[in-house]
Design a protein around this ligand. Structure first.
Ligand code: 3HC
Length: 332
């Protein structure tokens, strides 16, 4: 419906010509990156840079949008009015993150309608974490603590990503994610200090979400297809395994403080590395969730398709209003 591709048709055409991927453009572009320059929407860029960013930012946007669904499951059942209001505000923030990110991706030339169509057709990827169910209230706490916590570790470096519109969007996203993480940890703290039954609920949720949270950082470095080039382009600043390790090291003391146990018998402090060694991640599960959608994938896409259908009249009304306003402005 709306587009934020800032280039004129002429500029798009000339960019297309520069896509010839000539060595000179790559060298000049790499020199700008190495110099720490920020790349803006109208700048010449290799087509591969444009494509990988469009891919990553649109997947990120879809994750924010789909990520509302597991939490939406608890809006009507939050234990208090205050909890319900906080949860609603958080879900609304995620919708806002999706909006900034679709807008940032549109500056690279792809329309939001196209990106959403890929999500609804099941073609586009989004984070595997959101295909896990949230059967208990403790899951809302664990999502804030672990999922938003992992998102922060992964996304703070993206505030320094070489592509300006994405980096700027991430600054605000990270500030909000930080609030989300703290509200989640506060819910888990309340449960961990509550009755034995509540503490058991928190532990059970940690048991279910720990490994999927580690998978949020992507496959191990040896299996990551995009990392090496995207690090050269300063899109990524750290590898998947580096950020995963950073998250593990930060989270273990938080679990210990609550008296909860991380479900990994192989976790062990490694004095030499100054980091925790951890057990093997089940990559077969990760790839299976990407491929088949895991437990909730079909429901998630179905819910977004229904929302798109139910929202047709809202989009039509917004378009009609925008046309009316613009006609009025032209007359004035
Ligand atoms: N779920 C689904 N797919 C994943 C994935 C995951 N957790 N991790 C990696 N993949 C996919 C990649 O998209 C890629 O697929 P493609 O080639 O078909 O596009 C493939 O697996 C190989 O992975 P790579 O390591 O080569 O991919 P990247 O270099 O892009 O790294 C990433 C993956 C670390 C997720 C990176 O894209 C990234 O940092 N993205 C931005 C952050 C993001 O999207 N986070 C998702 C969660 S959003 C969120 O948490 C919302 C918050 O409110 C909680």
């Amino acid at each position: 419906m709306y587009s934020t591709d800032l280039r004129t048709d002429k500029e798009k055409k000339s960019a297309d010509q520069q896509i010839l991927d000539d060595a000179e453009l790559w060298d000049t572009f790499q020199a700008r990156i190495d110099n720490g320059d920020t790349i803006e929407a109208k700048d010449a860029m290799p087509e591969k840079y444009r494509q990988t960013l469009t891919r990553q930012i649109s997947q990120h946007a879809h994750s924010e949008i789909i990520g509302q669904l597991p939490e939406g499951n608890w809006v009507t059942r939050a234990p208090t009015l205050k909890r319900k209001l906080i949860l609603l505000a958080k879900i609304q923030d995620e919708a806002g993150h999706g909006l900034y990110l679709y807008s940032a991706a549109e500056t690279l030339g792809r329309s939001r309608d196209d990106m959403v169509a890929d999500l609804l057709s099941g073609k586009a990827k989004y984070s595997t974490i959101f295909n896990y169910p949230t059967p208990t209230w403790a899951d809302i706490g664990t999502i804030g603590w672990l999922v938003d916590g992992a998102a922060i570790v992964n996304q703070i470096p993206l505030c320094r990503c070489s592509y300006g519109p994405y980096a700027r969007a991430m600054v605000r996203v990270c500030k909000e994610e930080s609030f989300h993480q703290r509200q989640g940890y506060e819910i888990v703290t309340t449960l961990a200090r509550g009755s034995a039954e509540q503490k058991a609920m928190a532990q059970d949720s940690l048991n279910r979400f720990w490994w999927p949270s580690l998978m949020m950082f992507g496959p191990s470095d040896s299996a990551s297809t995009h990392s090496s080039q995207n690090m050269k382009w300063n899109i990524k600043r750290h590898s998947n395994d580096e950020l995963r390790q950073r998250f593990i090291d930060a989270t273990i003391p938080q679990a210990e403080f609550l008296g909860l146990t991380i479900p990994d018998p192989d976790l062990k402090w490694n004095e030499e590395r100054g980091s925790y060694d951890h057990g093997d991640i089940d990559w077969d599960e990760f790839w299976a969730v990407i491929k088949d959608g895991g437990i909730c994938g079909k429901d998630r896409i179905q819910a977004r398709r229904a929302a798109a259908k139910d929202g047709v009249w809202v989009r039509a009304a917004a378009e009609a209003y925008a046309a009316k306003q613009s006609a009025k402005e032209q007359v004035a």
